[in-house]
Design a protein around this ligand. Structure first.
Ligand SMILES: *[C@@H]1O[C@H](CO)[C@@H](O)[C@H](O)[C@H]1NC(C)=O
Ligand SMILES: *[C@@H]1O[C@H](CO)[C@@H](O)[C@H](O)[C@H]1NC(C)=O
Ligand SMILES: *[C@@H]1O[C@H](CO)[C@@H](O)[C@H](O)[C@H]1NC(C)=O
Ligand SMILES: *[C@@H]1O[C@H](CO)[C@@H](O)[C@H](O)[C@H]1NC(C)=O
Ligand SMILES: *[C@@H]1O[C@H](CO)[C@@H](O)[C@H](O)[C@H]1NC(C)=O
Length: 554
């Protein structure tokens, strides 16, 4: 029997990489299953692909999948002729560079499709002997993030050919009742996915088993079979309390998302890049989004606009109230923003921070939002020094959100800067819907409900992040940790925060609020490990592409 040569080459992730299509005659994928199980918001997805080499000689067979950006690969296995090989996910130094290159290539080739935006690629190949079969099995895990009042589980499938035995099966288990659910995405067009008969409000099953013919007829497919995503959207019941606490063998997870709180007013400053590279569509979309966002401000909000190129141009020296008059003239101003000059991010952000610091308002939530499409090219240009300056100026007083527009932007720099200042960075894709992306991002931070949120767990240890500057309507705060001595009796969770001018406290006087987790013990531990590693990665900003083997502590 011929010796099988196993070659493992796991590449770093690349978004929208142009890769050669495999020769369809060479091999056949005859089985492709995706099985995703979500328990208390934690998704574990297993992709299994079984492939046969049709040729009379050894052939290189490729396994290529897209996985969500925030997911970790926890396992990769290949089995050839009953022999099992465990994959090693190798660190790839050039990953960032490949990523940027791929981004620009993808952009110019128009390859970054809307489904590709929140996904990253995983590719490996193996040489398989004549007429032999190989099974690839990849497991990835992620904590679903609640945005705008819902969770979204996105499953992408592009097997590159119609597959005889193709299945996507999803099971969702949640302890508070599931209050709504919907199946969306290009694969579900026409509606081929079926929702299983619900045994209870705590379970949701979705099955998608298209025939070979259906695989060439759906909205997101062609002769090469399926090419699109299945998106399951849902949310669970929320109330005004401490939220849902689950415990399992010494580990706990706490989902905090109280409703029924009053909106608090905000002090928001938009710092807008008007450098030459914003020319054309980007500038037009920015103007359109800004006009829309200004119209959405509440009357008791205060706002400021700062445009910048090589110089900084505050619209007004201080924040103004979002009353009809001020919003009206701000919109007029927004409509006249024109591109010119280079990019002095440092001075612009320092000006924004100064304005927020000089205009504090008790009981409001301050927010600084930067929109840029490029590297710093004038003023202070060293990213490390800019980061230091900005951190000093903000001094943990309010979050900074960075929106990186297009593919020329130094996204790593923006992301690090946001994370250092308790915000997040978001990439805005240079596409026809960029103004919608901008508005969508704004909607997530439009309604602050709490500030200075501190989650306190007496009798808890090894906690993930517990201090959060803001809690927004539609979002969720998740904390995991260990219960000291596994003693529920001495474990006492509470949350203190500020709502407008009031101090508020969420607590329960007895421990019956801590439910036994519906997920198994190992899953609660995995969720904890996931959050711990993710937050460590964010903090250190180790390149967050999948250069990482997601190691669980045993
Ligand atoms: C999916 O995976 C889970 C966990 O491994 C298993 O219990 C379940 O039976 C699988 N579902 C399907 C439809 O294969
Ligand atoms: C928060 O969002 C929910 C659902 O979208 C909405 O019903 C509620 O009014 C919002 N709360 C505030 C204070 O805007
Ligand atoms: C959380 O915030 C409080 C109050 O500002 C502070 O005393 C505490 O050290 C912070 N905890 C962490 C882990 O940063
Ligand atoms: C916290 O983690 C450390 C290191 O892993 C471990 O030794 C300790 O037992 C943990 N604490 C609790 C209360 O479980
Ligand atoms: C604990 O809380 C539960 C549910 O909120 C309640 O039914 C029970 O009576 C409480 N027990 C005590 C001792 O307060």
């Amino acid at each position: 029997m011929g010796k099988i040569v196993v070659q493992l080459a796991l590449l770093g992730l690349m978004l929208a990489v142009v890769y050669t299509l495999p020769n369809k005659e060479d091999w056949d994928i005859y089985k492709y299953h995706i099985n995703s199980t979500v328990t208390d918001g934690y998704a574990i997805t297993i992709i299994t692909s079984r492939v046969v080499n049709r040729r009379d000689q050894p052939t290189e067979i490729e396994f290529h999948v897209k996985i969500p950006k925030n997911a970790f690969i926890s396992q990769f296995k290949m089995s050839i002729e009953g022999q099992m090989y465990d994959g090693v996910v190798k660190a790839k130094e050039e990953a960032q560079q490949q990523y940027s290159e791929a981004m620009s290539r993808g952009q110019s080739a128009g390859l970054v499709s809307s489904v590709g935006r929140s996904l990253e690629e995983f590719t490996t190949s193996v040489t398989v002997a004549a007429h032999q079969k190989v099974t690839f099995e990849l497991t990835h895990e992620e904590l679903l993030k609640r945005r705008l009042g819902q969770y979204e589980l996105q499953i992408y499938a592009r097997p590159m050919q119609p597959v005889n035995d193709f299945k996507i099966d999803v099971s969702i288990y949640e302890q508070p009742d599931i209050v709504f659910s919907e199946v969306k995405g290009g694969l579900n067009n026409p509606n081929l996915a079926t929702i299983g008969a619900a045994e209870s409000q705590n379970q949701l099953d979705v099955h998608f088993h298209p025939t070979v013919e259906q695989q060439t007829l759906c909205g997101a497919c062609g002769d090469d079979g399926l090419n699109g995503d299945l998106v399951i959207v849902y949310d669970v019941f929320r109330d005004d309390t401490l939220g849902h606490l689950k415990e399992s063998n010494g580990f706990f997870v706490h989902h905090f998302a109280p409703t029924g709180l009053a909106r608090i007013s905000k002090n928001v400053i938009f710092v807008i890049d008007q450098s030459g590279s914003m020319h054309g569509r980007k500038m037009r979309q920015t103007r359109a989004a800004l006009v829309h966002i200004l119209a959405d401000l509440a009357t008791d909000d205060y706002f400021g606009l700062i445009t910048f190129d090589h110089a900084v141009h505050p619209w007004k020296r201080e924040l103004v109230q979002a009353n009809e008059h001020n919003v009206g003239i701000a919109k007029e101003f927004a409509r006249t923003i024109e591109d010119r000059g280079s990019t002095d991010i440092n001075s612009a952000l320092l000006e924004g921070a100064k304005m927020l610091n000089q205009n504090p308002r008790d009981g409001s939530a301050s927010i600084l939002i930067l929109l840029t499409d490029g590297d710093p090219t004038s003023g202070e240009r060293n990213p490390v020094i800019i980061q230091k300056n900005v951190m000093r100026a903000i001094n943990k007083k309010f979050p900074l959100y960075c929106l990186g527009f297009g593919h020329d932007v130094n996204f790593e720099f923006l992301e690090k800067m946001s994370l250092e200042n308790s915000g997040v960075a978001r990439r805005i894709y240079d596409d026809t819907d960029a103004d919608l992306q901008l508005k969508g991002f704004y909607a997530e931070v439009a309604t602050p409900l709490l500030t200075n949120v501190m989650l306190i767990y007496e009798g808890g240890a090894n906690l993930t992040q517990t201090n959060f500057s803001h809690y927004y309507n539609g979002s969720e705060i998740v904390v995991a940790g260990q219960i000291t001595d596994n003693n529920i009796e001495t474990f006492s969770p509470r949350v203190v925060a500020i709502s407008g001018n009031k101090h508020v406290e969420f607590s329960e006087t007895n421990s019956s609020t801590v439910m036994t987790a519906s997920m198994s013990e190992s899953n609660t531990r995995r969720l904890w490990a996931y959050l711990t590693v993710k937050q460590l990665l964010d903090k250190e900003y180790v390149q967050c592409l999948i250069e990482y083997i997601f190691k669980l502590k045993h």
